[in-house]
Design a protein. Structure first.
Length: 147
C-alpha cells in the first residue's frame, strides 16, 4: 500500500478520491468537493489517499493542523474513509499511522476526530486504534437569513 498527500488541482481528487469519499459524504459533487478543497486548503485542509498495489484508491483522509487553547496544536481529521470493498484489510490503520506521523512532525499534542453517533463500527475501529472518547460534539443547523 502506498499513501500520498494530494494537492488541490490534482485530477486524482475527482477520479480517485471522490468516489471513496462519497461513501462517507454522499452529498459531495465534483464541483462542491473542488470548491471545499480550494477554500479549505487556505485554512489548512489537506487530503491523503491510500492506494493498493494495483493502483486503486482504497482510502481517503481529510485533515488539518489546528492551533487552539484546548489542545494547543492538534491534527484534526475531517474525513477518514476506507472503500467498502477493502474494509478490515489495514487501510484505515495505515491512514491513521500516516496522519500520526504528520501530527508528530508538526509538533501536535494530539490527533483528534469526530464520528457520527450512528457509526458504531467506526467507533469500534477507533477504540482498537487506541483513540479515546473524550468529548461530546454539539451542533446547530443554520439556515440562510432572509434579508
Amino acid at each position: 500500500m502506498k499513501i500520498i498527500d494530494v494537492e488541490p488541482g490534482d485530477p486524482r481528487l475527482e477520479s480517485d478520491l471522490l468516489p471513496v469519499l462519497r461513501e462517507l459524504r454522499p452529498h459531495l459533487t465534483p464541483e462542491l468537493f473542488s470548491g471545499v478543497y480550494r477554500d479549505g486548503h487556505a485554512q489548512g485542509l489537506r487530503f491523503s489517499a491510500a492506494y493498493t498495489d494495483d493502483g486503486a484508491c482504497a482510502g481517503v483522509a481529510g485533515w488539518r493542523i489546528i492551533d487552539n487553547t484546548g489542545a494547543i496544536r492538534k491534527l484534526y481529521v475531517d474525513d477518514l474513509v476506507t472503500a467498502s470493498a477493502v474494509r478490515s484489510t489495514g487501510v484505515g490503520h495505515a491512514l491513521l499511522a500516516h496522519l500520526e506521523r504528520h501530527a508528530r512532525a508538526a509538533g501536535c499534542h494530539e490527533l483528534n476526530l469526530d464520528s457520527g453517533t450512528q457509526r458504531t463500527a467506526a467507533h469500534r475501529f477507533y477504540l482498537r486504534e487506541r483513540l479515546d472518547i473524550v468529548a461530546f460534539n454539539f451542533a446547530k443547523k443554520l439556515t440562510p437569513q432572509d434579508g
